[in-house]
Design a protein around this ligand. Structure first.
Ligand SMILES: Nc1nc2c(ncn2[C@@H]2O[C@H](COP(=O)(O)OP(=O)(O)OP(=O)(O)O)[C@@H](O)[C@H]2O)c(=O)[nH]1
Length: 293
């Protein structure tokens, strides 16, 4: 049995969620394909007959502008140090951009075997792939460099093979049917948050948080009652989330419910409320209370 922890870092939009979905299937895409702004580290667990790979899916890296983003950057650093192998994903850009350089600086400090995935190779020709490879070989930092296309499922099996080769023998850290360490409440709150952000069209840039107030299965029924509160920073935002005649919040609920039902494999009765907590993002205390650390 081989097992171990593999951290996966990359800036937002390079295709991490797509990769995880190809490795682990649709339920994972519900979990990992969420807007970046408040996402914490998520462990995503791959199992087969003779291995367990625990991917530490870290938040996409961006320049920290507030406490929450600072925290996300710390999460990435920590998971790099805790893991057995580090995977760095870049996309089809031909040169190394500013954020990628920032991540490379982090990686330099981490004394672990490293794999580089060049994603979106379906958008590149052979010459371009070679050019990117050469750039990174020049850094002398990576044990393996693998061009992939997460979208077209190209070379992902090779990546898994290489990870297995590199891992040591180890125990089953999690039950073999477990796919993530996050509890259902957290994932449900992320689904609601995502649907809210989508329905709000950037009217409230990043300023919402979703708290699950109640989460109960009805006796002898395949049905859950879930009560959640969408927390906003301002009274004006509250009005926006509720919408005219409550239309907006109704839409958010209608979009979230089917996805929660797929994830929970159960019928869902979802009730949503909206509440104002001023400047919640800036307040480290609230960030802590809401479970980011
Ligand atoms: N052409 C091409 N597009 C891809 C590939 N992988 C991902 N994409 C696209 O790139 C975009 C971003 O992919 P995501 O998987 O959401 O990226 P991410 O890194 O998880 O982004 P964050 O959630 O912001 O961290 C989506 O539109 C994907 O369809 C690929 O191999 N080829």
């Amino acid at each position: 049995m081989k097992s171990g922890f593999v951290s996966v870092v990359g800036r937002a939009n390079v295709g991490k969620s797509t990769l995880m979905e190809k490795i682990l299937g649709e339920k994972i895409s519900i979990i990992s394909n969420k807007p970046q702004t408040t996402r914490d580290e998520i462990k995503i667990i791959y199992n087969d007959e003779n291995s367990q790979i625990i991917f530490l899916d870290t938040p996409g890296i961006q320049t920290p502008r507030n406490k929450l983003q600072e925290h996300l950057l710390e999460v990435s650093e920590e998971s790099l140090k805790d893991s057995d192998i580090v995977t760095f994903i870049v996309d089809n850009s031909l040169s190394i951009g500013r954020l990628d350089k920032m991540i490379l600086k982090l990686l330099e400090k981490v004394n672990r075997p490293k794999v580089l995935l060049i994603n979106k190779c379906d958008l590149l020709d052979e010459g371009e792939i070679d050019q990117i490879k050469k750039t990174y070989i020049g850094l002398n930092m990576f044990d393996y460099i693998i061009p992939i296309s997460a979208l077209n499922d190209e070379n992902i099996d090779k990546y898994i093979e290489i990870i297995k080769e590199m891992l040591d023998e180890g125990p089953l850290y999690y039950p073999s049917d477990m796919i993530t360490d996050k509890n259902e409440r957290f994932i449900v709150s992320e689904i609601i948050r995502e649907k809210a952000l989508q329905s709000l069209n950037n009217e409230i840039p990043h300023g919402i948080f979703v708290r699950i107030d109640d989460f109960k299965k009805r006796e002898n029924k395949n049905l859950y009652d879930i009560y959640a509160t969408i927390i906003v920073e301002r009274t004006t935002h509250k009005e926006i989330v509720i919408g005219k005649n409550g239309q907006k919040i109704k839409t958010i609920g209608m979009k979230a419910r089917p996805e929660i039902e797929t994830f929970m494999d159960s019928k869902i009765n979802l009730k949503l409320w909206v509440k104002v907590e001023k400047d919640w993002r800036k307040k480290q205390k609230l960030v802590t209370r809401f479970g980011y650390k």
